[in-house]
Design a protein. Structure first.
Length: 335
């Protein structure tokens, strides 16, 4: 689960109210979900140990101060562990600003001492997919990632110095990444966390572990029930199909390889934001394609595929694929 603000006063698109957040936590307790530290899930995947059913990890991006004032008392009430992804440069700039909405290092150290995981969200809150350009310089992607690798390691060192923790977990700012970024992150020895929906399982890619965003308007209990009851749908992507960044009009279709056949193929449904339900063409028992009904719209696009489980009637598998669609001239959409 991915949260940002827990507040009545912050932007709705990145917020959940304290009252609704408490309802989320009560739902987890009443329905016998086991809320575990993020490290429990990651280590199970790394070591290929069976995952218990109904495991949940709670995460926050950006280290906002309302996590301490509004979320922490509720999390303490339920005795639920959680993780905060932080940007050290942002915290450093706000340390002596009384008007800041960021947690301080002192607050983060106190939380770390209580067992809260403090993890890396980048030195600054810069998208790794957006390579900066100027009139005099155009960095190659390798040059850009080399710079960002230095900053990622710097951020990790600061987190360790300030909190005593170094997990080598990294949440992509804005959820934006591509195949080269995933390779870069693996080579640095980090586990990556994205922002597309989807359940996590042993077959999940450790360079882009999915998280269910549950801020408004996706904070309703009915929506949460469906998400938390889902199972990880193991689909693989090879070659061009693994790409995430395209210019508008470029991607026309995508082919998935099926790595788990515990679902009714006739009941597989795939939806794409802005386009709706898509037609599916099965090539054989192990692969299928979607030919997009229209060009994917400019901006952040998500494809979600769900299918009913055969072995667990009443439950559904869920898989999500992100795309970041640029303008026709190759320029990025606004953040």
């Amino acid at each position: 689960m991915q949260y940002h603000h827990v507040s009545d006063e912050t932007p709705k698109s990145t917020s959940i109210t304290p009252a609704q957040f408490e309802k989320h936590l009560q739902f987890l307790k009443d329905n016998h979900f086991k809320v575990v530290a993020l490290s429990t899930l990651v280590e199970a995947i790394k070591t290929e140990q069976p995952l218990e059913d109904k495991l949940v990890a709670i995460t926050f991006d950006d280290a906002y101060s309302n996590i301490a004032t509004n979320a922490k008392p509720l999390l303490d009430k339920f005795n639920f562990p959680y993780t905060i992804f932080v940007n050290p440069a942002v915290i450093n700039r706000n340390e002596n600003n009384p008007a800041s909405n960021s947690l301080s290092w002192a607050q983060l150290k106190a939380l770390a001492d209580e067992g809260v995981i403090i993890a890396n969200h980048g030195y600054e809150h810069h998208s790794l997919a957006r390579i900066p350009t100027s009139e005099t310089e155009q960095l190659t992607q390798q040059q850009w990632l080399t710079q960002q690798g230095t900053l990622l390691v710097k951020a990790e060192a600061i987190i360790k110095e300030k909190t005593g923790q170094s997990w080598h977990y990294f949440a992509y700012p804005y959820g934006e990444y591509d195949v080269a970024t995933q390779k870069w992150l693996r080579e640095l020895g980090y586990v990556g966390f994205s922002q597309q929906s989807g359940a996590v399982g042993l077959a999940s890619d450790l360079s882009s572990l999915s998280r269910f965003p549950v801020s408004m308007p996706y904070d309703k209990i009915s929506s949460l029930r469906d998400k938390l009851g889902s199972l990880p749908l193991a689909l693989g992507l090879k070659g061009e199909n693994a790409n995430t960044i395209y210019k508008y009009g470029e991607p026309k279709s995508i082919t998935f390889n099926v790595e788990n056949d515990d679902f009714y193929k006739a009941g597989l449904n795939c939806y794409i934001s802005g386009l709706g339900k898509q037609d599916i063409t099965w090539h054989d028992d192990n692969s299928f394609s979607i030919t997009f009904s229209k060009d994917l719209p400019v901006g952040r696009v998500r494809g979600n595929c769900t299918a009913a489980s055969i072995s667990e009637p009443g439950r559904y598998y869920w898989y999500s694929k992100p795309w970041f669609i640029l303008n026709e001239d190759g320029s990025w959409y606004p953040l």
